[in-house]
Design a protein around this ligand. Structure first.
Ligand code: C2E
Ligand code: CA
Ligand code: CA
Length: 456
């Protein structure tokens, strides 16, 4: 089949198959799913080595075939992307399931001539007739979704009509500066669940930018701009101020909960930070131990001595530190031991496909053991399924955070969560059930990571 396809023009054959599938689906209740897959060239891949490149793409092809049905068509498009046509799917959930399966298969490192290469696939997804009623448009929509996946650094994105606007203009510093003062930024909160009792143990604060013309902009797009331009300093102070005020309001309502705010490397290099945090907690009247700060390994590596001083000063106020995205950086374990941190969060890339990827499950389990041996509380982020949650309970992970429990949600919805009858102390399944109901009810049509961003 591979031979036959490489002989034909990929796009022509694909068009033919797509039209056939659409015709068939028109007489059926089923939908047609289209996955457009882009494989990032990895840093160390010798692209100029054509023999190796050929072997690479053949191996990718074999992997795809292994997870797809015989009735699914795979085509290499003229621009190098891979298109997968699923001629009969039940709906969104079904295509996303296949996309996840494809991702976890493709993401296994590839061995070629004794060398190991990382594979970083991204997928754009569109469905007939939900997203388009004709073949050309469907490919275009999948392409828009793929572009969104690259832009937001999500592994897959399902097409949403909102994505179909003109390419986003470059974000400007002056706009971001205005956003901070003009109330265009707002905060969402995502619960972290204590896996021992199913209760909400804390809330991560995640920032969004509602741009007047460009719509909702995710932090992965504006935080880097803020970091490059130094605006990260006022932005972080704004986030700290708002979230501490919110925390205070919850506490006044009888909701005893702490918040976790993300810091970037630049924040830790600013010598005023300890005083600013002390000032904020004092003026707002929140005990500093209600505040946790999430920092990445790379944030600490910038200027280890200086950041160490800052960290220690803030820690002495009673604030706790957690290492974020653990497993993706390169910090030395010896260094890690010396840091005044009390917790670590396992990066979601290890957690998300843990059920199907044994290597990732082994990594997650090892990080949990490592964390516990260092006396740290371990949180897993990116928990999307019951299976992942169950595995984490088995590994004795302390906390879990992810779409399985709840998307990041606005403050008033957090208050509603706490108004529900309290969950039994060891009843994790009950807690999970009530959270997943919340999540599903909110978002029946899609579990697309973008969905979390599209809420008002
Ligand atoms: P992060 O600190 O790793 O935050 C977790 C991200 O994972 C959030 O993305 C969250 O929405 C997403 N997430 C949560 N559960 C799941 C899940 O089950 N599956 C998947 N696929 N994703 C999940 P978000 O909100 O887009 O934030 C992206 C990053 O932007 C954050 O990554 C953080 O590094 C940064 N960020 C967000 N707000 C701020 C901020 O106020 N200051 C700074 N410095 N960085 C921020
Ligand atoms: Ca974080
Ligand atoms: Ca993270």
């Amino acid at each position: 089949m591979h031979q036959a396809i490489t002989d034909l023009s990929g796009n022509t054959l694909f068009e033919l198959r797509l039209r056939q599938a659409i015709l068939a689906a028109q007489h059926d209740v089923k939908q047609v799913g289209l996955l457009l897959i882009d494989i990032d060239a990895t840093d160390n891949f010798p692209i100029q080595d054509s023999a190796l490149a050929k072997e690479f793409s053949e191996k990718i092809w074999i992997r795809l075939r292994a997870v797809l049905r015989d009735s699914d068509t795979i085509v290499r498009m003229d621009d190098g992307e891979l298109a997968v046509l699923l001629p009969s799917v039940a709906g969104t959930e079904d295509v996303i399931f296949v996309a996840r399966k494809v991702l976890s298969k493709l993401e296994e490192p590839l061995l070629l001539e004794g060398l190991k290469f990382d594979v970083r696939p991204r997928i754009g997804i569109a469905l007939f007739p939900e997203h388009s009623s004709n073949a050309d448009n469907l490919v275009h929509r999948a392409d828009i979704a793929l572009a969104a996946a690259k832009r937001t650094r999500n592994k897959y994105v399902l097409y949403a009509h909102e994505q179909n606007n003109a390419p986003r203009a470059v974000l400007h510093m002056s706009e971001l500066r205005r956003a901070i003062v003009a109330d265009q930024l707002f905060l969402l909160y995502q619960p972290k669940i204590d896996l021992k009792n199913g209760l909400i143990a804390g809330l991560e604060v995640l920032t969004r930018w509602q741009h007047p013309e460009l719509g909702l902009i995710p932090p992965d797009e504006f935080i880097p701009v803020a970091e490059r331009t130094g605006l990260i300093i006022p932005l972080t102070l704004w986030v700290l101020h708002q979230s501490l005020l919110q925390c205070r309001a919850w506490n006044d309502m009888g909701i005893d909960i702490g918040i976790a705010v993300n810091l970037s490397m630049w924040n830790l290099e600013a010598q005023e930070l300890p005083d600013q945090i002390a000032g904020l907690t004092k003026s707002i009247g929140m005990p500093a131990d209600k505040l946790e700060l999430e920092i990445t390994e790379s944030a600490i590596m910038g200027d280890p001595q200086r950041t160490m001083r800052t960290l220690t000063l803030i820690r002495d106020l009673g604030v706790r530190f957690t290492i974020d995205d653990f497993g993706t950086g390169y910090s030395s374990l010896a260094h890690l031991r010396k840091l005044p941190v009390t917790g670590m969060k396992i990066d979601k890339s290890f957690v998300q496909n843990m059920e199907s990827d044994r290597d990732n499950a082994v990594i997650v389990r090892s990080i949990i053991d490592l964390g516990h041996n260092l006396g740290l509380k371990v949180t897993a982020e990116g928990v999307e399924t019951q299976e992942a949650k169950d595995m984490l309970v088995g590994f004795e992970c302390d906390e879990a955070q992810g779409y399985y429990y709840s998307y990041p949600i606005p403050a008033h919805e957090i208050a509603q969560l706490f108004r529900k009858p309290p969950l039994g102390p060891t009843d994790c399944s009950l807690a999970a059930a009530s959270f997943s109901t919340i999540t599903n009810g909110r978002n029946e049509t899609t579990r697309d990571p973008q969905a979390a961003l599209q809420r008002p």
